[in-house]
Design a protein around this ligand. Structure first.
Ligand code: ATP
Ligand code: MG
Ligand code: MG
Length: 577
């Protein structure tokens, strides 16, 4: 079930396909290429997050969809790695893992923008030679000031009228390392009075004496995003370059660069076009790489893959499935207007994915001892339950009913409130509460014991030997309560991490709020729970529905055979309201 974005982008693509302009496309070497090519171009300066998942599902989803049509389609995976300062191999590897984990495949089409450094440089020289770019030697401050403001024209640089030869010589010296960082930049010669400030002679190259993680010390000048991105798209024959709305103002520049190079015969029609969609904003979380980095570095969370993080590695560790993320992206759709998506939409996608897929299991989260007075201490009764109610072919799980059991603390009330149909003690002539112990016997509460502080530490009950689930006698008992339990003799202790939102505020970083102020100090709770015996040897990343509690996953790195560790992915119901 790949994302099927029936949205404005599909209409654009359908229209473009119908025009015939994208038929029988060839690359610069004359080889046939698909009609539709999209790309996913993250900068390897951090881990991908749920917002990127939207872009991944959109770009790869469109490609998968249109690949079934005449002309075909594909999505390129491109690491936009032209900034040497903040980028890292660790990030690049994790990005590729995340895209694969989400279920997408770029085949042989993995590209690095840094592979285009030679071409980008060559095109820069061509633009200089054609008087469309010049070397500016103003200070960064002067460049900034002279750009002007909205509604007020900028001022031409005193270096703007350098001859192409002069600029070219300087640009080559910049490349050859003759100047220090910031001494010169390369700017496009567009229009310092342009109403769109982005078009006021944008800087496209700057000097940075820094090694790059892929090209080493080969370059000391690096191209900027606006220059790199459109040219990378064109070199890869991207047809539809889809990005988030904040790049809308940059689109005229994208078009200017591509059109200028097309006029010079470097690119041919159809050239790539940029289209913008609204980024994903999810409540109770943040999706800015910079802020996520801060959470990690200042140890507000336990690393990038902390299950409370909105990173792909975090949500994976939390137990979300790739299918649930794709379903989520499909449901939220793609629009041109910014909005907030409620976190519960993501949770619901997981429930809808796992309801039919996750085996059921029993876990007692807040254990309270239950003693069956009329059951022999040395006896045990074999019981079983289906692994999944809709999948009898998955077989049963086996466990035993014994004298001492664990039940949930909340399934007993010393003084029951109205409508409480579980366990409570007898009072006077009134009998104690009667419940069915799921897949076991019907029991009736006979009393309870407290410790020195008055805390209930044990519940007593009698069981009805002819009431066992699955036997004819079981029909004679009509009870309103149905609770889960595990035998104290065979319970498997397990560490469970119960997570809550990382932030208390649905919009932790909007306006001038400091997102750190909204951190929820109670977002992680670790407890020891008792699991049914078959849970002893779960494998990392096995997922279960713990009945009455929610969906849990065996932790990817800390769960060990015999010592399970589980993360609660989501509860069974939306409890955030
Ligand atoms: P950040 O602002 O957090 O650093 P970014 O936009 O700079 O993120 P990139 O690595 O450049 O991150 O993103 C790669 C692609 O993912 C871009 O096309 C970008 O538009 C898209 N993207 C990033 N964040 C979101 C989001 N919240 N929703 C949808 N798409 C997103
Ligand atoms: Mg970016
Ligand atoms: Mg950004």
């Amino acid at each position: 079930t790949l994302a099927e974005p029936s949205n404005f982008l599909r209409q654009i693509i359908d229209h473009d396909l119908a025009s015939g302009a994208y038929q029988n496309r060839t690359n610069r070497d004359g080889q046939a290429i698909p009609s539709i090519i999209t790309r996913f171009p993250p900068e390897p300066n951090g881990y991908l997050h749920i917002g990127h998942a939207k872009s991944i599902c959109l770009n790869f989803g469109l490609a998968a969809d249109y690949n079934n049509q005449a002309g075909g389609a594909r999505c390129n995976m491109r690491l936009d790695d032209t900034n040497p300062v903040k980028e890292d191999i660790e990030y690049a590897d994790s990005i590729l893992d995340a895209v694969k984990w989400l279920g997408f495949d770029w085949g042989t089409h993995l590209y690095h923008a840094s592979d285009y450094f030679d071409r980008l440089y060559e095109f820069a020289e061509i633009l200089i030679q054609n008087d469309k770019a010049y070397v500016d030697s103003q200070s960064a401050d002067d460049i900034h000031t002279n750009r002007g403001n909205f509604g007020q024209a900028g001022k031409n640089s005193p270096y703007r009228d350098r001859t192409p030869d002069e600029s070219l010589a300087l640009f080559r010296e910049m490349r050859d390392g003759k100047y220090k960082d910031g001494e010169h930049v390369l700017r496009l010669k567009i229009d310092m009075a342009h109403p769109n400030i982005v078009m006021r002679d944008p800087v496209v190259y700057r000097i940075r004496h820094t090694d790059h993680h892929r090209t080493g010390s080969k370059w000391c000048i690096y191209p900027l995003y606006d220059f790199t991105h459109c040219i990378s798209d064109a070199l890869e024959n991207v047809s539809h370059s889809i990005c988030t709305l904040e790049f809308e103002n940059n689109r005229p520049l994208y078009d200017w660069i591509i059109a200028s190079l097309a006029e010079l015969g470097i690119f041919k029609s159809p050239v790539p076009h940029q289209y913008e969609f609204a980024r994903l904003n999810l409540t109770y979380t943040i999706t800015s790489k910079r802020k996520l980095l801060q959470l990690v570095e200042e140890k507000h969370v336990d690393g990038w893959d902390d299950p409370r993080m909105p990173t792909i590695v975090g949500i994976r560790r939390r137990g979300y499935t790739p299918e649930s993320i794709r379903l989520f992206c499909e449901r939220i759709g793609v629009s041109k207007a910014d909005s907030w998506i409620d976190m519960s939409t993501l949770d619901q996608a997981l429930r809808d994915d796992l309801e039919a897929k996750a085996p059921r299991a029993t876990a007692v989260l807040k254990p309270l001892k239950l003693v069956i007075e009329n059951f022999d201490a040395s006896a045990s009764e074999a019981c079983s339950a289906p692994r999944h109610p809709q999948h009898p072919e998955w077989g049963n799980r086996e466990f035993h009913f014994t004298k001492e059991l664990w039940i949930e603390e909340d399934d007993f009330m010393q003084e029951p409130v109205k409508g409480f149909f579980r366990l409570y003690p007898p009072v006077g002539d009134l009998a104690g509460g009667r419940v069915r112990l799921r897949h076991g016997f019907v029991i009736e509460c006979t009393g309870f014991e407290v410790d020195a502080h008055g805390k209930v530490i044990q519940v007593n009950a009698t069981h009805f030997p002819d009431s066992k689930s699955g036997t004819p006698g079981s029909n004679n008992y009509k009870v309103k309560g149905n609770i889960h339990w595990v035998s104290a003799a065979e319970a498997v202790p397990a560490q469970l991490r119960l997570y809550d939102h990382l932030f208390n505020d649905p919009h932790p970083d909007s306006g001038d709020k400091n997102f750190l102020d909204a951190i929820n100090p109670h977002s992680k709770q670790t407890i020891t729970a008792y699991l049914e015996p078959c849970m002893k040897d779960v494998k990392a990343e096995d997922r279960f529905q713990f009945e009455r509690h929610g969906y849990f996953v065996a932790d990817q790195s800390e769960s060990k055979p015999g010592q399970p560790v589980f993360n609660r992915t989501v509860g069974l119901k939306d409890s955030w309201k």
